[in-house]
Ligand binder design. Structure first.
Ligand code: PHE
Length: 437
């Protein structure tokens, strides 16, 4: 039953239960008789709210009876009565320890209707015989002076105590050590992006970005990869549905997570006329199962340079410059024929193995585990821009030429920093991240 309901039905005051001892049913309410004064019976568990009631004067307080009923006829009989009430007051006053209990204590004694002193006025003073009246008035005044003074003293003690506690709470101890909040650092992938961007920016490239959700047109068609071209098999990806500006769902297959940063070649050439020299850092996606060298999301840096007089020599020279800046002047580069629909000729760039110095043999004469004895490590795909691509962006293929490359960022970072599992980049284990502050 709810408290309010209990109260209505029984006519009892309901004192909400406070913090109950362990094992007791939670949420029960104590029902206490609605009486002015009552004493707490021994077996009633008293929650906090009830505590103050126990300090109230008991029901059989002498001030509730008239002097006649108490058998008082002579002024001398008054002194012990007042002394007993005063002793009761003194005994109870220590319970008023904070503002709330003091207020309740004060009401119990000085309350205009039901306070003890009001009881003395009503039951002793007013009906007193002329012989007693003077003495009752004098005793009552003394008692009131005592009660007032004591309550005021307690009030001041409580206030100053509260003040002291508040000051102690607010005090700032400047000698305590400060809270050291660890400051994070840039992820290794971010750091390597920056490193590579700096190298290309130093030779006249600028950095551009493009969307990670692409249309098949930019990701494939405009890169000379028509539908059903076998190369699409290598670039299986995630297709997404979205809402267009009118709130309608996009057609199935009309949006995908880009499989490479190459679509930004097209987006850049659509917007700019040659000369174009850009690099494009960003995330790319493929339907790959995660292992030490694969992830469904990884990072690439695309490069594109188009102008009226760019030769294959400019292309290989630029790549070689970058590789030596990134890995060190001691490394060698080589390229092998390859195939990409959007470059012609296409090549695969290799770097001499940075672990065995290109010898193919590791420590102790064993075969180098990194290049598997080849002495070379495959780095990235590249080539001269296929003239067919210029057709999609309305460049004059007879007048312009250029080169493009696409590097796997994660792989470049792994090679340089000796990391043999791509997954650690994405697990965000602080023990790993902390090694690259
Ligand atoms: N986009 C290609 C890939 O992801 C790489 C590439 C970029 C090749 C530019 C040639 C030119 O495999």
């Amino acid at each position: 039953m709810r408290n309010a309901e209990l109260s209505r039905r029984s006519g009892h005051a309901v004192i909400p239960s406070g913090v109950e001892p362990a094992g007791r049913r939670q949420g029960i309410s104590l029902r206490l008789p609605r009486r002015k004064n009552f004493s707490r019976s021994a077996n009633v568990y008293a929650p906090c709210d009830v505590l103050y009631l126990s300090i109230m004067p008991t029901t059989d307080g002498s001030q509730e009876k008239t002097l006649a009923a108490l058998g008082v006829t002579q002024p001398e009989q008054l002194a012990p009565l007042f002394a007993e009430i005063r002793a009761r007051f003194d005994g109870e006053s220590s319970v008023a320890r904070d503002e709330a209990t003091l207020r309740q204590f004060r009401d119990a004694w000085l309350g205009r209707k039901s306070g003890v002193l009001a009881g003395i006025t009503d039951n002793w003073l007013k009906p007193a015989t002329p012989e007693l009246k003077r003495a009752v008035g004098a005793g009552l005044n003394q008692l009131r002076a005592h009660v007032d003074a004591q309550i005021e003293a307690r009030r001041m003690a409580i206030e100053s105590g509260a003040e002291v506690a508040a000051v102690a709470k607010d005090r700032v101890d400047l000698s305590l050590p400060g809270v050291v909040r660890p400051v994070g650092s840039r992820h290794l992938i971010r750091q390597v992006f920056q490193e590579i961007e700096d190298i290309f920016v130093s030779i006249g490239f600028s950095v551009v970005e493009g969307p990670e959700i692409e249309t098949p047109y930019y990701n494939f068609e405009a890169l000379n990869i028509p539908e059903f071209h076998p190369v699409r098999d290598d670039m299986d990806t995630f297709y997404v549905e979205a809402q267009d500006a009118t709130g309608a769902r996009t057609a199935p297959g009309s949006l995908l997570l880009r499989t490479h940063t190459s679509p930004v070649q097209i987006r850049t050439m659509e917007k700019r006329q040659p000369p174009v020299r850009v690099i494009v850092p960003g995330k790319v996606y493929r339907r790959d199962n995660p292992d030490a060298t694969h992830s469904f999301m990884f990072h690439q840096i695309e490069g594109l340079a188009v102008d009226t007089d760019i030769t294959f020599c400019d292309f290989t020279g630029t790549i070689e410059y970058f590789v030596k800046q990134y890995f060190g002047a001691g490394v060698k580069t080589r390229f092998r024929p390859s195939y990409f629909p959007f470059t012609e000729p296409s090549v695969e760039f290799d770097v001499s193995c940075i672990f065995c110095g290109g010898s193919g043999t590791g420590a102790g004469g064993a075969t180098c585990g990194k290049c598997k004895g080849a002495g070379w490590i495959e780095l990235f795909g590249a080539g001269m821009v296929d003239p067919a691509v210029y057709g999609f962006v309305h460049y004059d293929a007879k007048k312009v030429s250029g080169f493009a490359f696409g590097m796997g960022m994660d792989r470049l970072a792994m090679l340089k920093y000796g990391i043999d599992d791509i997954q650690v980049f994405f697990q965000n284990d602080v023990r790993f991240l902390k090694q690259f502050p």
